[in-house]
Design a protein around this ligand. Structure first.
Ligand SMILES: Cc1cc2nc3c(=O)[nH]c(=O)nc-3n(C[C@H](O)[C@H](O)[C@H](O)COP(=O)(O)OP(=O)(O)OC[C@H]3O[C@@H](n4cnc5c(N)ncnc54)[C@H](O)[C@@H]3O)c2cc1C
Length: 187
């Protein structure tokens, strides 16, 4: 294997999601020299494309559900409805600041940041763009990607990431591990 000489760190972390951020922050606060890399905007799935934006949409759906249930029981719900573009703008008010804030937090903690796809070029060496980072320890916290289903009609499916960026909502069928549901909009 070709020997690569790179910048030396105690720890090199690949990914900037919850897993990567936790280990990088703890090691940096213990005095370790830490580098972190991501090929996408910093923040990972939970904050940008998962838990947090999902909760904004689930919250709005829960309000609509309660209004429907309480109609005729002291609540006048005829005017209530989801304004999808406004809801997506509201969601973005949480997600848009994440990459800049996450990077600022890393800088404050003394963690060196790199933006590109990372791959191994040696047992303890990671290449990120033109940089080679050598780690006493390396943590791969690269999360997961949607699995191809290999079923007819797959091309019509919308992933959760695409769904969270839809500009308009007509109707959709949602399925996930353990849940299948039907959504429709009054728009
Ligand atoms: C729609 C949705 C809703 C969810 N809701 C919840 C919830 O309510 N509660 C809950 O507990 N969990 C929820 N999850 C799951 C949760 O988001 C994930 O389990 C969690 O984010 C995984 O974190 P991670 O740090 O392991 O990886 P991620 O946050 O996915 O981070 C991995 C990072 O690695 C980067 N990366 C990958 N390969 C490379 C490479 N070669 N080089 C450089 N960078 C690379 C990626 O760009 C990414 O930023 C949800 C997930 C989705 C999709």
């Amino acid at each position: 294997m070709t020997e690569f000489i790179g910048t030396k760190f105690d720890l090199v972390v690949v990914g900037t999601g919850a897993a990567a951020t936790t280990v990088a922050s703890k090691c940096a606060s213990a005095g370790w020299e830490v580098a972190i890399a991501d090929s996408r905007p910093f923040g990972g799935t939970c904050a940008l494309r998962g838990c947090d934006p999902k909760k904004v949409l689930v919250g709005a759906a829960a309000v609509m559900d309660w209004v429907q249930r309480m109609k005729g029981k002291g609540i006048q719900g005829d005017q209530a409805g989801i304004d999808w573009p406004e809801l997506i703008r509201f969601k973005r008010s949480f997600t848009d600041p994440v990459p800049k804030n996450r990077e600022a937090d890393f800088a404050k903690a003394g963690i060196e940041t790199f933006h590109d796809r990372a791959h191994f070029v040696g047992l303890t060496a990671i290449q990120v763009g033109r940089d080679v980072l050598e780690g006493r320890y390396i943590v791969v916290a690269t999360g997961a990607t949607p699995r191809k289903l290999d079923i007819p009609g797959e091309e019509f499916l919308t992933t959760s990431e695409q769904f969270l960026e839809l500009e308009s909502l007509r109707s959709a069928s949602c399925s996930s591990v353990g849940a299948i549901s039907q959504l429709s909009s009054p728009m």
